[in-house]
Ligand binder design. Structure first.
Ligand code: KG4
Ligand code: ZN
Length: 362
């Protein structure tokens, strides 16, 4: 089954064609980062406007690269939540238009479920159950992936997401937006032991995170040094900050994996491109003999292929969306957009509300 997938939840206009949830036929990502960089962060209205301008071309390119027409795909999928609402609405409405015009089923996908599914594209042997660390610009969660469409969030950030902490600390260190990858580069040259930074702890939870204290510590250290006219060795500060974040993320994941007895661990989201985090997760898994699944760097950040991968499993589990599908700025990843195909009580397969004429054999 070939799915055309669209992603526009933040500042990447992306589209891909993915077959059976596992094979990428094409993937086009148009990043707006250069434009937002001027403002030190993503400007929601600009993001929506650029998606509106670029989406037709990005989708056409994805179809062309996959050597197929809209008629030849079996369904249209789209990230419908969570994210910047104006940005999500562009993709969602465009996908609705395509599905309606071509008579194809419409599959809504949760962005974080998509990030996790990036691993299915890179690792043909990966199947749930497994435990996944999700670390992106907007989310930091430890997720128990019980099945392709069944999740339990065990821990989450109480304040800043890991990527947000990277970007805000990077900004204070003088790096351009988004600063995660610059901190990563600087940290490789630095000594992580020079500056003492607090290890963030959350009272009453084994798995929740808090990164705002660490970010504030970095900002205060830089301000205090500036006031005293002292120089800060940015490479060392970057190394100390990165090591602290990576340790906290790895420790929480390790605790959860031991407690649940899960033999396979995965990671997902933009921050998983971080070299320190990848090394620290590799060390943890080597110590315990756990399987480790990391997406390639090209699939860590936002892309359409991950949405196409997850969409296949959403299609098997849930009814397609109707033309009343709306986008949502926030939504828990455990929630579903549409009712299940099969009634959990009777086991009877329900008739899809739309696109029924295209139902494959499930
Ligand atoms: O998953 P993503 O592309 O977008 C969201 O869904 O948020 O994640 C973007 C985040 C940004 O905060 C960016 O700085 C961070 O991922 N990031 C990194 C690295 N590459 C991207 N953080 C640390 N080290 C990196 N190498
Ligand atoms: Zn993302």
């Amino acid at each position: 089954m070939k799915i055309l997938a669209i992603e526009s939840s933040c500042d990447e206009t992306a589209a891909a064609v993915v077959e059976d949830g596992r094979r990428v036929c094409s993937s086009v990502v148009n990043s707006q980062i250069q434009e937002h960089r001027k403002y030190g962060g993503v400007v929601p209205e600009i993001a929506s406007r650029r998606h509106t301008e670029n989406i037709v071309q990005v989708v056409e390119q994805a179809l062309q690269d996959a050597d197929c027409s809209l008629q030849q795909v079996d369904a249209v999928a789209v990230t419908a939540a969570p994210g910047l609402i104006g940005a999500l609405l562009v993709g969602t409405n465009y996908a609705k238009g395509l599905a309606l015009a071509a008579g194809k089923p419409l599959i809504p996908v949760h962005h974080i479920r998509g990030h996790i599914a990036a691993n299915y594209l890179a690792h043909p042997d990966l199947k749930p159950p497994f435990l996944c660390l999700v670390a992106s610009g907007g989310h930091t969660q430890i997720v128990q992936v019980e099945d392709y469409t069944r999740f339990t969030v065990l821990g989450r950030t109480r304040d800043d997401a890991a990527g947000e902490a990277f970007d805000k600390s990077a900004r204070a260190m003088g790096f351009p937006y988004p600063g995660g990858k610059y901190v990563d580069e600087a940290a490789r040259r630095g000594d992580p032991t020079r500056y003492r930074l607090p290890h963030p702890k959350v009272e009453g939870s084994d798995y929740d995170f808090s990164f705002s204290g660490l970010k504030t510590a970095v900002i205060n250290l830089l301000h205090n040094a500036a006031q005293k006219g002292e120089a800060v060795v940015i490479d060392d500060l970057a190394a100390g900050f990165q090591q602290t974040v990576c340790q906290v993320l790895t420790d929480h994941l390790e605790r959860a994996a031991i407690q649940l007895g899960v033999p396979a661990v995965a990671a997902a989201g933009g921050v998983c491109a971080n070299s320190g985090l990848r090394a620290s997760l590799e060390g943890m898994c080597a110590r315990h003999g756990w399987g480790l699944y990391l997406p390639p760097l090209s699939l860590c950040g936002d892309n359409g292929a991950m949405i196409g991968a997850q969409a296949y499993y959403e299609w098997l589990a849930y009814q397609p969306a109707g033309m009343d599908l709306n986008a949502a700025a926030s939504m828990e990843m455990e929630e579903a957009f549409t009712p299940p195909r099969q009634s959990p009580l009777t086991g009877i397969v329900q008739v899809a509300q739309s696109g029924a004429e295209n139902l494959p054999k499930v």
